[in-house]
Design a protein around this ligand. Structure first.
Ligand SMILES: CC(C)(COP(=O)(O)OP(=O)(O)OC[C@H]1O[C@@H](n2cnc3c(N)ncnc32)[C@H](O)[C@@H]1OP(=O)(O)O)[C@@H](O)C(=O)NCCC(=O)NCCS
Length: 151
């Protein structure tokens, strides 16, 4: 909760339709929701570098949002968040992970490819505002762990 102001600043500068505060607050109360932040240093409540929001439902991990502060991108922050999310989910007994990404979002696609995700479905013009297609990506978490160990 105490990280929300910084998270909202990153969210507002990163998305054309950012999640408002009440959506993040709701995530903190939903039992299946998990929310991780990456900080610049290890101290608690330090500057926020990025965050990930995901759900664990019926043995499946669903990534809903991952975002990194613009000036800190391409330095491994999202990869660290993904790796931690995958490790924690494996400990919870989760078997697979799924997520959705816009076809034009090449940066996010590179990130997911790095963890072994593969395209399982395409939903044409899924995003009404941009007309972009949605790509549905999946991976078995066991496979993800192999990619993390190799990195
Ligand atoms: C997508 C996003 C989360 C990636 O975060 P990041 O911290 O820059 O990612 P990483 O530094 O861990 O990079 C992971 C890999 O993707 C590659 N990558 C990241 N952004 C890239 C870009 N814009 N173009 C090409 N490759 C990119 C990196 O080079 C890296 O590959 P490597 O390890 O082989 O070098 C970040 O760009 C972001 O916050 N974007 C806006 C929000 C968003 O689109 N979120 C995803 C949908 S919810």
């Amino acid at each position: 909760m105490e990280d929300l102001d910084e998270i909202l600043a990153i969210e507002n500068s990163s998305f054309s339709k950012p999640w408002p505060r009440d959506v993040f607050m709701r995530e903190l109360q939903i039992p299946v929701s998990r929310n991780l932040v990456a900080t610049l240093r290890k101290d608690l409540h330090n500057e926020i570098a990025g965050y990930v929001t995901y759900w664990v439902v019926a043995g499946e991990l669903q990534v809903h949002k991952i975002c990194v502060r613009e000036d800190l991108r391409k330095s491994g922050v999202a990869s660290s968040l993904m790796a931690e999310m995958i490790r924690l989910s494996c400990r919870e007994g989760v078997g697979i992970c799924s997520l959705e990404v816009g076809r034009s979002n090449e940066g996010a696609q590179r990130l997911y490819e790095k963890f072994g995700f593969e395209v399982t479905d395409i939903r044409p013009q899924y995003y009404a505002e941009s007309g972009d297609d949605a790509m549905i990506l999946c991976v078995e978490l066991k496979k993800c762990l192999q990619f993390i160990r190799k990195a």
